[in-house]
Design a protein around this ligand. Structure first.
Ligand SMILES: C[S@@+](CC[C@H](N)C(=O)[O-])C[C@H]1O[C@@H](n2cnc3c(N)ncnc32)[C@H](O)[C@@H]1O
Length: 324
């Protein structure tokens, strides 16, 4: 019996090689059998596969992404995008630009790129991140998200329902990691373990790009003043918030830059900027015309020429970790 991806996968309990045991399971000698359903291998304990654990801080995350979050509505949008994103072209173009810019970190390529908390790979600009790799390993708690990712990537992907804090992946086995907007959704006291887990599976010479969220960044506040000035001078207005919009209450605990610095991690990191302002900022302040576009052109230039500063003081840093 040949092991399944022996250079990559391991039983999270025994550390042993995984073998296909019948049409629908893989297992290690002496370890439990993990079901394969619709091309997704489920490493979560049965009780956590669909539901979560009662009292788990991130239960709201499991509920949302197993149900509405990754369901496409009549408007063609995922529940997640409908809830959190400004759907105007101005905002979407800015997001596309920012996601594309981060993609340069993956140009070197390799065998495996891990997409930790991939969901359905919800933005098309995220897909080219794996172009220079043989396989993209999509890991998520949500089977819905993984099934949708499989429709996009097919055989170029490996789909694992697992918790980032306990990956069924060998030490030093992936060439690169993309982890976007996930770690601050993990219960606050477990986030350090999740960082360490990503570090564990990264190959020497590899790179991890972890998009995080700062709780009280100073730069959006300053940019808000510039937007206010433009409002006075040019009459620029944002878009009124839809009073009927149902914002799901999702667990969200971003730690501060000081918290990150204070951890005794076995690695150093640098900061790049994913985006210095979020969609709520764009919706509340910018009009979808020359005024909003000029404002965002300035923001893009700032991110390009001062990535470290923007990563430290903006809303969404990209934490860049290299394993030497
Ligand atoms: C905000 S979405 C981000 C999706 C995608 N990475 C992106 O950039 O749009 C967060 C995803 O992380 C997943 N997630 C949250 N906590 C996780 C955990 N502990 N282990 C694996 N996936 C997790 C959720 O199910 C959801 O699909």
């Amino acid at each position: 019996m040949n092991p399944t991806f022996p250079d990559l996968l391991q039983c999270p309990l025994t550390g042993g090689d995984l073998h296909v045991t019948d049409d629908s399971h893989i297992a290690a000698v002496g370890g439990p059998a993990y079901p394969m359903i619709d091309g997704v291998t489920c490493f979560l304990p049965e009780t956590l596969r669909v539901q979560g654990r009662e009292g788990d801080a991130s239960q709201s995350i499991r509920d949302f992404y197993q149900n509405d979050g990754w369901e496409v509505g009549e408007d063609g949008l995922y529940g997640d995008s409908r809830a959190f994103l400004d759907s105007r072209p101005l905002a979407r173009k800015f997001e596309d630009h920012c996601i594309d810019r981060i993609g340069r970190h993956f140009a070197k390529g390799g065998k495996y790129i891990l997409d930790a908390g991939s969901g359905p790979i919800p933005h098309k600009q995220l897909l080219p991140y794996s172009d220079a790799f043989e396989k993209r390993i999509c890991v998520d708690l949500s089977v819905q998200g993984l099934r949708a990712a499989r429709q996009k990537l097919g055989d170029r992907g490996i789909y694992l329902q697992a918790d980032i804090s306990r990956l069924p992946i060998r030490d030093n086995s992936v060439d690169a990691i993309t982890c976007n907007h996930v770690l601050y959704q993990i219960p606050e006291q477990m986030q350090k373990d999740a960082f360490l887990e990503l570090w564990r599976v990264l190959k020497p010479g590899g790179i991890a790009v972890i998009v995080y969220w700062w709780p009280t960044p100073s730069l959006p506040h300053r940019l808000g003043r510039v937007a206010k000035l433009m409002r006075t001078l040019t009459g620029m207005r944002g878009m009124p918030q839809n009073p009927d919009a149902a914002w799901p209450e999702l667990y969200h605990h971003p730690h501060s830059p000081d918290w990150l610095k204070a951890q005794d991690f076995p690695f150093a990191y640098k900061l790049d900027a994913m985006r210095v302002i979020n969609d709520a900022f764009i919706r509340d302040n910018l009009s979808d015309d020359w005024r909003g576009h000029s404002f965002l052109a300035g923001v893009k230039a700032l991110q390009r020429f001062a990535p470290g500063f923007c990563g430290r003081t903006g809303q969404m840093p990209a934490i860049i970790v290299r394993k030497e």
